[in-house]
Design a protein around this ligand. Structure first.
Ligand code: SAH
Length: 377
């Protein structure tokens, strides 16, 4: 059943041009049918709902193509701020999460790019079971289409900050970014998209050459190599010097201001001298170039043992940075009552059933030293 499904053409992963070629060559249908199908796909509809297509064409689609929309396994709506979190089930039983948030200027969605993660950051729930597989471009797109359909709204901003390391699924993520940016796709400008990474330096350098002016968000979390390596294994492969040089070059190539995420962990990286060290480090690399620091009190994932400091210490850290001339804010918490932080629901579901959410071989072990060049695209 699964193998049968995988053999079919994954329509959501196709560009408009590729979809047109498929309609013309494989389905032997006239060109305007591609426009109709693309229109239906944007609305998140199934083949049987594509009412303006003739029956035989719908049957040919069923036979030759598939639509990789995720299924809504659970949907949580925050009573505090209306944030909505979806726990999605993919066609093979894998689970991922997306979160829809309302801002002044529209709706934003936080997207997952992998089922699990192999980066091994010690504070993060997404990485606990390792990475099971990459999502296809169409599956990532499907997270948006299903959320829009479920909530009857349009999403204008994307953040790739859900489960997974987007740059560890580079080709699918780049394809996805081009799909959403297409005029006949969702037509979302690159300036409305942020990509968050723990710091795969080679891929940050490749990204700078893609001609996509995205906002790059770096999960920094520490101001020295010893602390960063302790909480983020990736730092042993790409240290702060390599990372921050790549960030500076990214800004010089794209003109896009870099955003640094800094999770405050009590007693680990949240002292005032840590704040001063962080300011010195970033100003050292960036000089007069603009950048921004986003402070996030750590979400207490049971396994990590990491704890939040009190609110006053978070505020003092932020003020110390500002005092050193660094543009810093404390991230607004949305969906605090629905476990909106990434990985928490998937982890819970995994924990509850006591089994891995997969029919595949087990998840790859966690930690960058088990990384191989992507084989699961
Ligand atoms: N792999 C990417 C994107 C996913 S994580 C990355 O590392 O950036 C999204 C953000 O949430 C990252 O900044 C990550 O460091 C942060 N994060 C993960 N677990 C967290 C936790 N328990 N508390 C606070 N922030 C966390």
């Amino acid at each position: 059943m699964k193998a049968e499904f995988e053999k079919k053409n994954d329509l959501l992963s196709l560009s408009y041009k590729e979809l047109s070629a498929f309609v013309r060559e494989k389905l032997q249908a006239p060109a305007y049918r591609a426009d109709q199908i693309a229109g239906w796909i944007r609305k998140g509809t199934s083949f049987s709902e594509m009412k303006n297509l003739p029956g035989p064409l719908r049957a040919a689609l069923e036979e030759n193509a598939r639509l990789s929309y995720p299924q809504v396994e659970k949907k949580y709506v925050s009573a505090l701020d209306g944030t909505v979190k979806f726990l999605y089930r993919l066609y093979d039983g894998q689970m991922v999460e997306s979160v829809v948030m309302k801002y002044e200027h529209g709706h934003s969605i936080c997207l997952s790019t992998q089922a699990g993660c192999r980066m091994g950051c010690r504070f993060c729930a997404s990485t606990i079971g390792g990475r099971v597989r990459n999502l296809t471009a169409g599956e990532i797109l499907g997270e948006i289409l299903v959320a829009e359909r479920e909530l009857s709204l349009r999403i204008s901003n994307l953040v790739l900050m859900g489960i997974g390391e987007p740059l560890d699924n580079y080709e699918n993520v780049i394809r996805f970014l081009r799909l959403v940016n297409e005029k006949k796709g969702l037509n979302i400008g690159f300036r409305h998209i942020s990509l968050s990474t723990c710091g795969l330096v080679d891929r940050i350098r490749s990204l700078a050459e893609e001609d996509m002016p995205l906002t790059l968000s770096i999960s920094l979390h520490a101001a020295d190599d010893a602390t960063r390596s302790e909480i983020m294994p990736i730092n042993k492969r790409y240290g702060l010097d390599a990372l921050l040089s790549a960030c500076r070059d990214y800004f010089d190539a794209t003109g896009r201001r870099i955003s640094f995420e800094y999770t405050l962990i009590a007693g680990k990286n949240d002292s005032l001298s840590d704040a001063r060290k962080l300011a010195r480090l970033l100003k050292g690399y960036f000089g007069s170039r603009p950048f921004h620091v986003n402070l996030i009190p750590v979400n207490e994932v049971t396994e990590s043992g990491f704890r939040q400091g009190d609110r006053a210490s978070v505020r003092r850290f932020c003020e110390e940075l500002s005092g050193c001339g660094v543009n810093a804010t404390v991230r607004r918490t949305l969906g605090a009552d629905i476990n909106a932080s990434c990985g928490q629901l998937r982890h819970k579901a995994l924990h509850k059933t006591g089994e891995k959410l997969s029919e595949n071989a087990g998840p790859e072990s966690t930690g960058v030293f088990s990384m191989t060049e992507d084989s699961s695209n």
